[in-house]
Design a protein around this ligand. Structure first.
Ligand SMILES: CC(C)(COP(=O)(O)OP(=O)(O)OC[C@H]1O[C@@H](n2cnc3c(N)ncnc32)[C@H](O)[C@@H]1O)[C@@H](O)C(=O)NCCC(=O)NCCS
Ligand SMILES: Nc1ncnc2c1ncn2[C@@H]1O[C@H](COP(=O)(O)OP(=O)(O)OP(=O)(O)O)[C@@H](O)[C@H]1O
Length: 263
């Protein structure tokens, strides 16, 4: 099964692209890390308890007071938690790392379970929509990666604020600044494709079509079926893929560090 990583900075259009890929002619299953990240912090879960323990004492509005009663606890006030973790100060970075440390392992586990489910159902490909694909290391298991990018940060900011009207300009800036640069994602994606989303949705559909044509050409369906009916070959190829991805990523990181050192 081909795992197609889908990533990009906030509000660049990942969900819009996954919407296109989930419908004909592609009809691919989507594993959405944002949705899983919500599931693993529902009241009563281990993630919820860890967040309340760490952030509760210093965040008075961490829980939603006006939510319908729930015996497992009041739901998290996500915008309030967002204000604690998004931004570029040392404190925000530290808190973000703590939150990521709670949420990411649980999300990863949910992703693996979903991958096994789709593999057993005989899917030829699956889309793994993860905003922090490279940072979380999940790029290593992907056969290819689609990076969604917007050249103009003004467009990105305008779309973010139009979609999430509750965010102030400062909240939106902090969210955009909380992610690694798109260039890092783009250059690490030597084995993938970048889909630019600066224009309208019709142009986005054309860009997705062209990306999928090149992906399907480099990983045809018959190859996915061969891997499915011969599991030892499938596992061998997956292991090889992991090694190649790891080596490619290390190579890029080394190159970036050398370039930084030269400055
Ligand atoms: C801070 C939280 C509660 C804010 O929730 P909210 O509902 O307001 O935003 P939502 O979860 O829909 O995220 C919106 C976008 O923000 C960006 N984002 C989310 N978490 C992070 C993060 N830790 N670092 C950088 N960007 C992030 C992504 O582009 C994401 O698509 C939430 O984002 C969260 O729990 N983040 C940590 C988990 C995480 O990394 N999720 C991303 C997928 S694994
Ligand atoms: N080409 C486009 N033209 C106009 N609006 C667009 C376009 N692409 C996406 N949008 C809108 O921009 C907003 C952000 O898009 P989307 O939710 O797909 O981004 P995302 O990358 O999934 O965001 P997040 O990182 O927050 O999960 C949405 O309201 C979407 O409808």
């Amino acid at each position: 099964m081909l795992i197609i990583g889908l990533t990009g900075s906030i509000a660049t259009g990942k969900s819009t692209v996954s919407g296109i890929l989930s419908t004909p002619p592609y009809s691919l299953p989507i594993i959405d890390a944002d949705l899983l990240a919500r599931k693993v912090v529902e009241p009563g879960s281990a993630g919820y308890k860890a967040i309340v323990n760490y952030f509760g004492p210093s965040t008075p509005d961490l829980l939603l007071d006006d939510a319908p009663p729930n015996p497992s606890g009041k739901p998290l006030n996500r915008p309030a938690l967002g204000r604690r973790v998004f931004g570029s100060t040392e404190e925000r970075k530290r808190d973000r790392a703590v939150l990521n440390g709670i949420v990411h392992p649980a999300v990863r586990w949910e992703v693996y379970k979903a991958l096994i489910y789709y593999y057993l159902r005989g899917q030829w490909a699956v889309v793994l929509d993860v905003p922090l694909l490279f940072e979380s290391g999940m790029d290593l298991i992907c056969g290819t990666v689609i990076v969604v990018g917007v050249h103009d940060p003004e467009i990105q900011m305008a779309r973010l604020r139009a979609r999430d009207a509750h965010l102030t300009a400062e909240d939106a800036e902090n969210r955009v600044r909380s992610q690694g640069d798109a260039e890092f994602r783009g250059t690490t994606t030597a084995r993938g494709v970048v889909v630019w989303n600066d224009a309208d949705k019709a142009e986005l559909e054309t860009a997705v079509k062209s990306a999928m044509t090149s992906i399907a050409a480099s990983s045809p369906r018959w190859w996915a079926w061969t891997l499915l009916v011969a599991p030892p070959v499938g596992f061998g190829v997956a292991a090889w893929n992991l090694v190649v991805n790891f080596a490619t990523k290390k190579g890029w990181e080394r190159k970036k560090q050398e370039e930084k050192a030269k400055l």
